[in-house]
Ligand binder design. Structure first.
Ligand SMILES: [Fe+2]
Length: 347
C-alpha cells in the first residue's frame, strides 16, 4: 500500500456505532480544535459578520485531518441514517447558566460557537432566516417555561418528527446541534429517522402517493410573508429509489384519504427506524435535512439555569441557490415581505 493509501485507510470516519457515523476526536485532536477556535475568536468574534465567517473558512483548513475527512465524506455520502455524530468538540469553562428565553442567540463567539461555525464552513455555508431567532447564525435551543407544551425548539413535550423549515423553498441542507449541557435527568433524546431506512417498509402504492402534490405544509405565523411552500407539494421528491423527504408531522396536512393513509404509514415506518441520541456536552449531531427527519423526546426542565442547552446552526451546501432571498449576498434569508420596497427609479 502506498503511504497515501495507508493514511486514508487509518483516518476519516470511525466505525458506525448505534446506527450513527461517528468521529471521536482524541484528546490531542480536541486540544488542536480548541486552539483553532481560540485563534478564530482572536481574529474576529462577531459571529454574524462576514469577517468572522471569512476567517472561519480559512481556519477550517487547519483542523485535524480526521475531522475534515469525516465531514467531507458525510457531505458526499450521509449514509443510511443521514446523521453524523462528532464527539470531543471543546466547550468553554465555566459554562454560563442556560438561557431561559425563546429568542436566545449567540452574537459573540465562544469556544463552542466557534467550533460549530468551523465545522459548518466545512459542510457549506451557514444560513439563518430573518423571522426566526432574529436571524442569528448561532441559535440557542433551550426549554422555555411558557412554551413547555409547544411544538417548537423551546418546548419540553415530545416534539414530532419534522424536516427543518419544511415549508420553506430554501430550507437547510444540514442541521447542526451542539450540546453544551444535557438535561438534568439525561433523558432528553434527539430522535432521528431516515427516509432511506423507512422507504423499504412502505408498500409501492404508499410510496407513489407520497410523491404526489397532495400535502400542504404551513409556515409558522412568524413566517407570514413567505412566498412559496404553502401550495400542495409531494413529501418525497427526486430519485424514486433514494428520494428527498420534506414534511412536518405538526404542520403538514394531507389532501384526501389516500394521502392521509400513506402519511400515517410513513409515520409508523419512521418510528420503527428511529434512532434516539441523548446528546452529552461536546457532542455535535449533524443531520442531513434532505433525507432525515428529527424530533425530540419529552423531558423535565427546571428553568433554573441548569437545563438542556444546544447551539443550533443551519447550513446550505450551495449558498448561491438562495441568492434571490438573501439581501446583499449575506447569510440571512429574508421573506419577500421583509424586503424594502424597490426603488421605482430602478424598475
Ligand atoms: Fe428541528
Amino acid at each position: 500500500m502506498t503511504a497515501l493509501g495507508q493514511l486514508v485507510a487509518t483516518t476519516g470516519l470511525d466505525e458506525a456505532e448505534g446506527g450513527f457515523a461517528r468521529i471521536r476526536l482524541s484528546p490531542g485532536e480536541t486540544e488542536s480544535l480548541r486552539g483553532s477556535c481560540a485563534a478564530l475568536v482572536r481574529e474576529n468574534s462577531a459571529l454574524d459578520s462576514p469577517e468572522f465567517l471569512a476567517a472561519a473558512r480559512e481556519i477550517w483548513e487547519y483542523l485535524p485531518v480526521r475531522l475534515r475527512q469525516g465531514v467531507r465524506r458525510f457531505r458526499r455520502e450521509p449514509g443510511e441514517t443521514g446523521a453524523l455524530l462528532i464527539e470531543g468538540v471543546p466547550i468553554q469553562e465555566p459554562l454560563a447558566p442556560t438561557p431561559r428565553t425563546p429568542d436566545a442567540v449567540q452574537r459573540v463567539a465562544s469556544a463552542a460557537s466557534a467550533g460549530l461555525a468551523l465545522v459548518a464552513l466545512g459542510l457549506g455555508e451557514p444560513i439563518a432566516f430573518a423571522p426566526e431567532k432574529s436571524g442569528a447564525l448561532v441559535q440557542d435551543v433551550v426549554p422555555v417555561a411558557r412554551l413547555a407544551g409547544s411544538q417548537s425548539n423551546a418546548g419540553s413535550v415530545a416534539l414530532k418528527f419534522h424536516t427543518e423549515n419544511a415549508f420553506h423553498p430554501h430550507r437547510p441542507d444540514y442541521v447542526m446541534l451542539l450540546c453544551l449541557r444535557a438535561d438534568r435527568d439525561a433523558s432528553a433524546a434527539l430522535r432521528v429517522a431516515s427516509v432511506r431506512q423507512a422507504l423499504p417498509l412502505l408498500a409501492p402504492a404508499d410510496r407513489e402517493a407520497l410523491t404526489r402534490p397532495w400535502y400542504v405544509t404551513e409556515p409558522p405565523p412568524s413566517f407570514g410573508g413567505v412566498r412559496t411552500g404553502t401550495e400542495p407539494s409531494p413529501v418525497l421528491t427526486g430519485a424514486p429509489e433514494d428520494p428527498d423527504i420534506r414534511l412536518d408531522f405538526h404542520a403538514t396536512r394531507p389532501i384526501g384519504a389516500r394521502a392521509e393513509a400513506a402519511l400515517s404509514r410513513l409515520a409508523a415506518a419512521l418510528d420503527e427506524v428511529c434512532l434516539d441520541l441523548r446528546l452529552r456536552p461536546g457532542q455535535l449531531a449533524v443531520l442531513d435535512n434532505r433525507i432525515a427527519v428529527h424530533g425530540r423526546s419529552g423531558f423535565r426542565p427546571g428553568y433554573d439555569g441548569g437545563d438542556r442547552w444546544l447551539h443550533r446552526m443551519f447550513v446550505h451546501a450551495d449558498l448561491r441557490r438562495s441568492r434571490q432571498d438573501r439581501l446583499g449576498d449575506g447569510h440571512v434569508l429574508a421573506d419577500r415581505a421583509d424586503r424594502p420596497a424597490p426603488d421605482p427609479r430602478h424598475l
